[in-house]
Design a protein around this ligand. Structure first.
Ligand SMILES: C[S@@+](CC[C@H](N)C(=O)[O-])C[C@H]1O[C@@H](n2cnc3c(N)ncnc32)[C@H](O)[C@@H]1O
Ligand code: SF4
Length: 373
């Protein structure tokens, strides 16, 4: 089984924290959508004929596309790949694009899972982030979406300067009231070259407070566990049966093709990433060429990727996947994390505790192997 990710590199307005690849000019949208179809044709052998069982429209803002544009992509995938009948088809959508009409048309073309970027139900937070939607639109869009879709995920951002613990609880409670079965919750990261970073450096915006982020993450885990959610990946929580199959396959090192500018692909041996420039992308595809860079993964890189991703998941790191020498080495280096209650050994798996999850990336990096070790 393999997956396909399609990157839609357009947004209505630039959120101040975001450094994903997108353009707020829609000038080349038609050309870009046609190029996506061509890339799918050019890459039809990428997943070695494996059955495709997840498709994910991400961005950017896929909900800016017309239904016909999204449908042309799905048709190209159907025509060039072996697609399972129960394929999970997710579309990232922004609240301000949700209407009864768009919901019906997304459903009609086969989209069966929505990922909605809510971020907060408070206008002051949304304005601080420069989101294009209001708190009223956040609530109304989710309400409307639940009339048409059962499999819904919503994104929230915490650890922002204006978000008190009380507001954070209100945001999470609102999701519970609306019965949203999947939440992706991200600590605000100040990414390089974003307007947010610039404003913080110029003292025009308050910086993030790591202690507040840690507190809000611990509170989140407590509230969602009580509400019956599985914390199945560090940023992802799902009611039983509602985990994202597409994202789970990334964490299980399955093959996926990424289509569109800046999209990444993995075929089990190599990672490649398309050029992050819409016009160069369009021109090269129109010349029958793909513009990308690639990296062949060494055994050590594959092992380190496994350490990084598995530690972030509920299943943890399967010790049995390591050879004897690596097991001994990892046992030695993980001792301090076990002794300080950050890591536990459970049925031959290393699993992070709630406290350990606060340091997930740092612990994983510390356990990495080097080419010589
Ligand atoms: C790249 S967006 C694409 C989806 C859609 N355009 C939207 O804004 O909802 C995916 C999610 O990444 C999260 N995100 C992006 N940049 C982030 C940052 N710097 N810190 C925390 N979360 C971020 C947001 O929660 C957002 O919903
Ligand atoms: S968070 Fe979403 S809507 Fe905002 S700029 Fe990034 S991709 Fe676009």
């Amino acid at each position: 089984m393999a997956g396909i990710y399609i990157h839609i590199p357009f947004c209505k307005q630039a959120c101040h924290y975001c450094n994903f690849h997108f353009s707020t000019s829609l000038r080349y949208r038609t050309e870009l959508m046609a190029a996506l179809v061509k890339e799918i044709e050019l890459q039809k052998n990428y997943c070695d004929g494996e059955i495709i069982d997840t498709i994910y429209f991400g961005g950017g803002t896929p909900s800016l596309c017309t239904t016909e544009e999204l449908q042309s992509i799905l048709e190209a995938i159907q025509n060039n790949f072996n697609v399972a009948s129960n394929t999970e088809i997710t579309c990232e959508v922004n609240p301000d694009d949700i209407t009864e009409t768009t919901l019906i048309s997304w459903k009609t073309i086969g989209i069966n899972r929505l990922s909605i970027g809510i971020q907060s139900f408070f206008d002051d937070d949304l304005q601080w982030m420069n989101r294009a939607h209001s708190s009223q639109q956040a609530t109304e869009s989710l309400n409307l979406a639940t009339n048409y879709f059962d499999n819904i995920s919503a994104d929230l951002i915490y650890g922002t300067p204006l978000l008190t613990n009380e507001k954070w609880e209100e945001n999470v409670n609102r999701m519970m009231e609306l019965n949203i079965p999947h939440l992706s919750c991200y600590a605000l990261t100040v990414e390089p070259k974003t307007p947010l970073q610039k404003m913080i450096l110029e003292n025009k915006k308050e910086n993030v407070d790591p202690e507040k982020q840690a507190t809000q993450f611990l509170l989140l885990m407590k509230w969602l566990e009580k509400a019956g959610f599985e914390h199945y990946e560090i940023s992802n929580f799902a009611k039983p049966g509602y985990r994202s199959r597409h994202n789970t396959s990334y964490w299980q090192q399955k093959k996926y093709l990424g289509v569109g500018p800046a999209a990444h692909s993995f075929n089990g041996k190599e990672r490649q990433w398309n050029i992050s420039n819409n016009t160069i992308y369009i021109d090269s595809i129109n010349n029958g060429q793909l513009s990308f860079q690639k990296e062949v993964l060494t055994e050590v890189q594959k092992l380190n990727e496994y350490i990084m991703t598995s530690l972030r998941t509920i299943e943890g790191l399967n010790f049995e996947k390591l050879d004897t020498k690596n097991k001994m080495e990892l046992l030695k280096r993980s001792k301090k994390y076990i002794e300080t209650g950050k890591l536990i050994m459970q049925n031959n798996h290393f699993v992070l505790t709630a406290n350990g999850k606060l340091f997930a990336d740092g612990i994983a990096a510390d356990l990495f192997f080097t080419e010589k070790s």
